[in-house]
Design a protein around this ligand. Structure first.
Ligand SMILES: [Zn+2]
Length: 191
């Protein structure tokens, strides 16, 4: 089946794609073309499928819009068994940083660079987007029966429900703790 799918081209000429109104629907990427992503997972168990289209927006900025998804297996950090997770990512990117800056639109998009040939490397940007979707703490869904530790008392900062505390008291306590300023460090890893 997967062999019948259109393969997403690695490099595209964004101007040409916009002029032609190019659209790719459920186009696939061979996983061996995404080595950094592949190595970050136990295994990619489905095709990597992409919807990508190209536009010129009202400010004449060139934009590439896409959605990518695939099934990936990870090792569950609770039970140690492999499980499959559906990863998906959406992106809206523009190579026109200078123009955005001139129009005060730096916050409207994320920006990408074109390669030395002036082309857009779709695989590189899709690989980056997928890597960002990899969970920092892969684990089965909370109520997944396959997780051999499900039903145990693992919890991640959940508040224990306490019937004796009124919701209003809980809310004002929460406001109090927010007012104190919450400077918990981010645990995002830069790996
Ligand atoms: Zn598990």
């Amino acid at each position: 089946m997967s062999e019948n799918r259109v393969q997403l081209p690695r490099e595209v000429d964004i101007d040409k794609c916009i002029a032609l109104g190019a659209v790719f629907t459920r186009a696939r990427i061979d996983i061996d073309e995404l080595p950094r992503f592949k190595e970050s997972c136990v295994k990619v168990v489905s095709d990597v499928l992409c919807d990508v289209r190209f536009e010129s927006d009202l400010n004449d900025m060139r934009v590439v819009i896409g959605h990518v998804d695939c099934d990936v297996s990870f090792v569950c950090q609770r039970c140690g068994n492999e499980y499959v997770e559906h990863l998906m990512t959406d992106f809206t990117l523009s190579p026109d940083w200078e123009r955005a800056k001139a129009c005060n639109l730096e916050n409207k998009y994320d920006f990408i660079e074109l390669n030395d040939a002036g082309k857009l490397d779709l695989y590189n940007l899709i690989e980056d987007s997928l890597i960002l979707e990899i969970p920092a703490f892969p684990k089965h869904d909370e109520d997944d029966e396959e997780c051999s530790r499900s039903g145990s008392n693992w919890s991640y900062g959940e508040l224990a429900p306490d019937a004796s505390v009124s919701p209003f008291a809980a809310l004002s306590a929460l406001k109090g703790s927010l007012a104190k300023g919450d400077d918990k460090g981010s645990d995002a890893s830069d790996k």
